[in-house]
Design a protein around this ligand. Structure first.
Ligand code: PMP
Length: 307
């Protein structure tokens, strides 16, 4: 059993169709040149019903990602937001991972992309814990990748484009081949950037640090949520360049992401981080974050969109 809903419906070209019918031609521009931007986020089962976390912010980032590549999405944001709600509803899901994608379709072969239609699809899948069930409590073992993140002015990191995930695949494949769950990439200057699909935070002496946007990171929406929650909890949070070795001597390190949520890191390059298990500040942030997602803590930022 995989995460796909093969008997379910998918939103494609403006309507809900059967999953197996959502197909494209092998000569589509996206397949040859990676010309796609996408989003990934979750719908949670809360005490008051199912709700999508930060829907508007994710759709805004989708439009921003497309704008960077001069792609005009042929639907307004409200239509894509509604499509996200509809795929959850029509598939009778209480919880889901949502994947809108915008890509250049079938038209002509040249690299110049404007002779290809812009296509949009929104899928819902059933995805459990991204880094494994135990990861959230126990933490994961990771390595610093031998691959760096894209240097500035190459592949723009602030666009969540499919082509960036070729770099992510190199990072993740290398880590898995060596028996780690995930890799941490450095930026082109050797400072800490992010995981293949997660932002990273570290804690030392009760101060929380995370790399700035200039370290070739995706401006994660979970990262933004954690920064807001941590500040609300009176922690000092600094967005600053992080030298690699600060990771090893941190008290706590954790990943954030829509898929990975808030996942502690227990060792890096086989060096135990802090006590070698989830740290207390990570746990407090998790409690707050998961409390909002469960509808148990007041959603004062209006992050939840109910289905
Ligand atoms: N960095 C990368 C490379 C990612 O793929 C993701 C997941 N989208 C993140 C960071 C975390 O971003 P978010 O919290 O918005 O999911």
């Amino acid at each position: 059993m995989n995460e796909f809903l093969e008997n379910g419906k998918i939103w494609f070209r403006g309507e809900l169709i059967n999953w197996p019918d959502a197909k494209i031609h092998v000569m589509s521009h996206v397949l040859h040149y990676g010309s796609a931007v996408f989003e990934g986020f979750r719908c949670y089962k809360t005490k008051k019903g199912s709700a999508i976390f930060r829907l508007k912010d994710h759709i805004r980032r989708l439009f921003d990602s497309a704008k960077i590549y001069r792609m005009t999405i042929p639907f307004p944001p409200a239509v894509i937001e509604q499509a996200c709600i509809d795929v959850v509803k029509v598939n009778n899901l209480e919880e889901a991972y949502l994947r809108p994608i915008v890509f250049r379709g079938y038209g002509s072969l040249g690299v110049y992309p404007k002779n290809n239609p812009i296509e949009v699809a929104v899928a819902a899948v059933c995805w459990g814990k991204y880094l494994g069930e135990e990861a959230i409590k126990v933490g994961v073992d990771v390595r610093v990748s031998s691959w760096t993140r894209m240097r500035p002015n190459t592949h723009p990191a602030l666009s969540k484009s499919s082509s960036n995930y070729m770099n992510s695949q190199l990072i993740n494949l290398e880590a898995r081949a060596d028996g780690y769950v995930e890799g941490i990439a450095l930026d082109a200057n050797g400072y800490v950037s992010e995981g293949s699909g997660e932002n990273i935070f570290l804690v030392r002496d009760e101060v929380i640090y995370t790399p700035p946007l200039a370290s070739s990171i995706l401006h994660g929406i979970t990262r933004d949520s954690v920064i807001k929650l941590a500040r609300e909890m009176s922690y000092k949070v600094e967005e600053t360049f992080i030298p690699r070795e600060l990771l090893y001597i941190a008290d706590e390190v954790f990943f954030t992401g829509s898929a990975a949520e808030v996942s502690p890191i227990k060792s890096i390059d086989r060096i135990p981080i802090g006590s070698g298990r989830r740290g207390p500040i990570t746990e407090k942030i998790q409690k707050r974050f998961f409390g909002i997602l469960a509808g148990e803590i007041e959603d004062k930022y209006k992050w939840l969109t109910f289905i």
